[in-house]
Design a protein around this ligand. Structure first.
Ligand code: ATP
Length: 140
């Protein structure tokens, strides 16, 4: 028996299933969570979520949010999240190009530079996750 994991956004349930191991992008680096983990609540940063179940591994891109861990259940409330199979690669590549252009043509507008860096980071995470092989549909 593994640990149940639900990944939700304000709009939808992105992933739901059982896992033997879940790796999440914590604010201080990657956090590995096994079944029966102590309860905790923390923030996550934009990055990759890896879910291991038996011999299979699934990948998702998340754009930051909250993580709640209980011994038998993990919940991630993400600002945005996509499973590897639903990432639109052309869209992420376009977002990456736009962000790079904004960064190279950066003038006095530092605020715009910061948001371009964040957009570039999201695009790079999506492209990396989309390249991972295993995919999985939601099981509700
Ligand atoms: P874009 O500039 O392409 O909109 P973004 O990083 O600004 O990218 P977000 O604000 O993080 O996009 O997300 C907005 C919504 O679009 C979310 O629901 C997110 O899941 C979805 N989304 C963003 N990029 C992609 C993508 N490449 N493939 C699939 N869904 C995406």
């Amino acid at each position: 028996m593994g640990i149940r994991i639900d990944i939700v956004t304000a709009e939808r349930l992105v992933f739901s299933g059982d896992a033997d191991l879940v790796v999440v992008p914590g604010v201080d680096g990657e956090m590995a969570i096994l079944p029966h983990h102590a309860s905790l609540m923390t923030m996550i940063q934009p990055g990759e979520v890896r879910i291991k179940m038996g011999t299979e591994e699934y990948y998702l891109a998340v754009s930051g949010g909250f993580l709640e861990v209980k011994p038998e259940r993990i919940t991630i409330l993400a600002d945005a999240a996509e499973r590897a199979d639903e990432i639109d690669i052309a869209r992420a590549e376009a977002a990456k190009r736009r962000a790079e252009e904004r960064l190279t043509s950066r003038t006095a507008a530092e605020v715009s530079g910061i948001s371009a860096e964040a957009a570039l980071r999201r695009a790079l995470i999506r492209l990396r996750v989309a390249q991972k092989k295993r995919q999985r549909k939601t099981i509700v």
